[in-house]
Design a protein around this ligand. Structure first.
Ligand code: ATP
Ligand code: MG
Length: 419
């Protein structure tokens, strides 16, 4: 039996209980030397063969209130008592059905007032940690992240399924090993059969990680040309909202007009592109958010023409059009972005980036297995091994961009990209 509660290990009794925290009153101040913050303790449960496991998070010494009122009271002579605050972390069960020694991260029973609290001997601690390690190592794909500080013979594992299916955060003070842990996890997922992970390496600290399934890409800088390890993210992959968040100044009185004309011309230009590419059947289906290339210089021309348009008025005289002067600032912002060398990755006018299937190439870059195992196209893109990329971001580029583009791609496995 792993947990064997011995009388000499008893440090005190439960004095108060509050959902998952209990306060234990230490029976003898001498015993306090056995208790340390972050150490595990065992609390006897109301059910036979079950124990509540808790972690010490506070130790306080209290002085008797009547003594403290006495004048010139000497702290040494005042009567005191010690309290230990414990967070309950789970339940240890000796036997459940045919299984023995099980640890559950739920509280199967509540601590009772006067229940005894025990410290763990080193054998108990080793036994307990090995139970945790074993149950973790029986997971489908355990990710080993190191050893427990409390017992360095016990390995610590992460359940990859749970870790990646939910949001998770790795915290710790500077130098505590967060980056090291991430690198360890990446090296392990790279070896898994059907894992697919993308790493945004903003500071380039993972550039030395190598592996068969790992690919490093760099977001194109001002002078970069198209090559296998450089990533361009053309503007036409952005949705309407993403594009406007880049270009529109919402405090401008003319913002609604500008957004309206932008949307009108982008749809026209996308339609024109589909026509010249001979994809007429798609002209009825696409939306402004569909990732279809369009010529941004033509967009500027159209907007500028509208901004300076003169129309015929009364008495054969010309007058200013409805949008005269209202689009100037928008056009200026757009031109500034296009000519900003730092945004080369987005507004580069290289011909290859204006091809209809560029998005497919991009997704292959991000999702394809390094070994191209799998055969079928979808397998290659979505299955097998890991497509991992490291970005050195030169500008603030929104990660939403990647997610929405990839998401749209995933929804369109039939290769049409139309929402
Ligand atoms: N489990 C480990 N075993 C051996 N060395 C480690 C371990 N974890 C971290 N280190 C070492 O400790 C140092 C700091 O680790 P790391 O850079 O991962 O910390 P960090 O938490 O990411 O810090 P920062 O907050 O500054 O980014 C590194 O030199 C690393 O090699
Ligand atoms: Mg770090």
């Amino acid at each position: 039996m792993i947990i064997n509660l011995k009388k000499e290990k008893c440090i005190g009794k439960v004095e108060s209980v509050d959902t998952a925290t209990v306060v234990v009153h230490i029976i003898d101040a001498q015993l306090l030397s056995n208790v340390q913050v972050n150490h595990l303790v065992v609390i006897r449960s109301s059910k036979v063969g079950q124990y509540l496991i808790g972690m010490v998070n506070k130790i306080v010494r209290k002085y008797n209130p009547t003594d403290s009122l006495m004048e010139d009271a000497d702290l040494e002579e005042m009567s005191s008592y010690d309290l230990v605050k414990i967070s309950l972390v789970g339940t240890f069960i000796d036997k459940l059905g045919s299984k023995e020694n099980i640890f559950k991260r739920t509280l199967q029973s509540v601590a009772e007032i006067e229940a005894e609290c025990f410290t763990m001997s080193s054998e108990t601690l080793s036994g307990f940690m090995s139970v945790i390690s074993q149950s973790s190592s029986m997971m489908d794909n355990p990710l080993k992240i190191g050893k427990y500080v409390l017992n360095d013979t016990a390995e610590a594992y992460l359940d990859g399924n749970k870790f990646f299916q939910r949001h998770a955060v790795i915290t710790g003070s500077t130098g505590s090993g967060k980056s090291f842990t991430v690198a360890t996890v990446i090296e392990q997922i790279e070896k898994l059969k059907s894992a697919n992970a993308i790493l945004f390496d903003i500071h380039g600290e993972y550039s030395t990680i190598v592996g068969e399934g790992i690919r490093h890409y760099k977001i194109a800088g001002p002078g970069n040309i198209i090559s296998d390890d450089i990533m361009f993210l053309p503007y036409w992959l952005l949705t309407y909202d993403e594009m406007l968040s880049l270009l529109l100044d919402r405090s401008d009185n003319n913002a609604p007009n500008q957004a309206m004309m932008f949307s009108k011309y982008v749809i026209e230009l996308k339609s024109k592109y589909l026509e010249t590419e001979g994809k007429k059947q798609m002209q009825d289906l696409f939306t402004i958010d569909s990732p279809i290339p369009y010529n941004i210089n033509e967009l500027v021309e159209k907007l500028r023409a509208k901004d300076t348009e003169m129309v015929s008025g009364a008495n054969n005289r010309t007058k200013q059009g409805d949008f005269y002067g209202k689009l100037s600032r928008f056009v200026q912002r757009l031109e500034n972005k296009i000519s900003d060398k730092r945004l080369n990755f987005m507004f580069s006018n290289k011909e290859d980036l204006m091809k209809y299937d560029y998005m497919e190439k991009l997704c292959e870059m991000l999702l394809a297995s390094a070994s191209n195992a799998g055969g079928g196209k979808n397998n290659r893109l979505f299955g097998s091994s890991i497509g991992c990329f490291a970005i050195n971001c030169f500008v603030n580029c929104k990660s939403d961009f990647f997610y929405s583009a990839m998401d749209r791609y995933r929804k369109n496995s039939s290769n049409s990209f139309i929402l």
